[in-house]
Design a protein around this ligand. Sequence first.
Ligand SMILES: *Cc1c(COP(=O)(O)O)cnc(C)c1O
Length: 237
Amino acid sequence: MSFDDDKINIFKQRIAEIRQRIVRAAETAGRDPLNVHLVAVSKTISAERVRMAIAAGADILGENYVQEATQKFSDLSALSATWHFIGHLQRNKARYVVRIFDLIHSVDSTRLADELNKQAGKINKMQPILIQVNLAGEKTKSGIPPEDAETLARHISALPHLSLQGLMTMPPYFNAPEKVRPYFRQLRNLRDRIMDMSIENVSMSELSMGMTGDFEVAVAEGATLVRVGTAIFGTRE
Ligand SMILES: *Cc1c(COP(=O)(O)O)cnc(C)c1O
């Protein structure tokens, strides 16, 4: 056993434990665990360690910073993994993210949507996206107010190169996961409302919510994508 194998085994154990907790939370809530996917959040983590996590079974990576992700993606593009953009996105970076990412979780304005549509069009891509919702109106966080989500969804539905798949949120921070539950429920209710409108070209099947401290509660409330960093890679510097 090489040193690298030892490290890969540690990632395998951590990922297996998280997946078990996801399965338990889904089954307790009467949900099919196959409808919940683990996004391994690899921001600030080196390409070498991400390579080991992929070898250990992490098949979806979540990245926050365009420049960092571009470098890592080019180092690891030979590996079979799916890349999700989960960070705040500036319009002038849209042309880079459409080339790399299979799902963009953080669309929060019509102008950003328009730019992503334009850049995806240039490379003939249908770009899957989520709308990021700022449920508590926190000034430090990205995301559209919940009352504006429907208008943005209708706007996106008319853009030929974007495919809206659902909603994402970063709720306020609490050290008690139960306190976050009302926000997860609110996002699911908003998703259900928009789903009921049957907007053309809009699917709304995905709910991206839950992180290391609260992903089980998120799964109980309907999460289909949980974004977990610390529990896989350890505490970030
Ligand atoms: C960093 C980050 C996460 C992961 O947080 P952990 O607490 O380390 O699991 C999830 N979502 C977003 C948007 C993040 O920026």
